[in-house]
Design a protein around this ligand. Sequence first.
Ligand SMILES: NC(=O)c1ccc[n+]([C@@H]2O[C@H](COP(=O)([O-])OP(=O)(O)OC[C@H]3O[C@@H](n4cnc5c(N)ncnc54)[C@H](OP(=O)(O)O)[C@@H]3O)[C@@H](O)[C@H]2O)c1
Length: 313
Amino acid sequence: MQNNQKIIAIFGGGGFLGKHLMRQLTKLDYRVKVATRNPYLKGYLKPLGNPGQIELFKTNIFYQEDVKKILKNCDFVINLVGILYETRKQKFNQIHAQFPHLLSNLCNEFGIKNLVHISALGVKEGHVSKYMQSKLQGEKNIQDTFRSSVILRPSVCFGPDDKFFNTFASIAQFSPILPLVGGGKTKFAPVYVGDVAKAIIKVLELNNLKPKIYELGGPENYSFRKLMEILLVEIKKKRFLISIPFGIAKFQSYFLQMMNNPLLTPDQVDILRYNNIVSGEHPTLKDLGISGKTIQSILPQYIYRFRAGGQFG
Ligand SMILES: NC(=O)c1ccc[n+]([C@@H]2O[C@H](COP(=O)([O-])OP(=O)(O)OC[C@H]3O[C@@H](n4cnc5c(N)ncnc54)[C@H](OP(=O)(O)O)[C@@H]3O)[C@@H](O)[C@H]2O)c1
């Protein structure tokens, strides 16, 4: 292990985005400290670097002393912590707003050079979704506290292990229909998870004196209906695409949210009321010199497992 390696602290690094980011960081010779609730379940991260290059720390993100232990001696911090739905113990406000507040305060205290925070595309004042409100509050908390921060707002991310395409492909395994909330008209700018990881690397060593925001959308916008059509062609399945008005979807979501891994929550129905595309008000992937990969170039590489004959289907 060399002494001149720069050290990065990653919170939430064992998730979907973290896994795709890790190899890119270790190839660039960074040392990585991963804060996780359960290091024993995140052992798959270690082979993504040289021996000793990735360390895992059991961390309660709301316990200052735990967070301080991670930040000690670090140059950069990346915050990937996020949840898609609330549970009895995990609330949006705590995870998306209070933790960034604590983290940015401690980044000041520890002289961190740059904090990269992952928010979400579509955050804006007056959004009805609690998820979006908490993400916006998190951005504000960081901007108010830590000057050298970069906020990235990705649209829905795709790539191996994604939740979006994999979840709907799983539903199509047993269900003859796929539901289109609000007629499936909501627009998305799906972005390849590897491109989001590249964007994180590009901004990591930015020497910005005031907080910056980037909106990360893929090369094309698609309606939700179109995304389901692309998926069904790729997994070679014919399913009925059934429009469900927002009101009915909201009613159903009150029951669906009781599942262990809820398929739809009332808050997610509210998110679907707004398009999730780049606004043009902030720099994007292009400004970082990244030409986003298309769905067509990536999706076939991992979604084939949902075809009747797998990769030979
Ligand atoms: N994936 C997307 O399509 C997408 C789109 C827009 C924005 N984003 C944002 O990008 C970030 C990363 O997304 P992802 O897809 O990688 O999410 P993910 O796979 O669900 O990973 C999220 C991470 O958050 C951590 N976490 C959750 N609750 C926690 C808690 N109570 N205490 C400590 N850590 C907690 C988990 O860490 P441990 O389990 O290791 O403790 C997990 O590794 C999130 O902020 C998400 O909101 C994602």
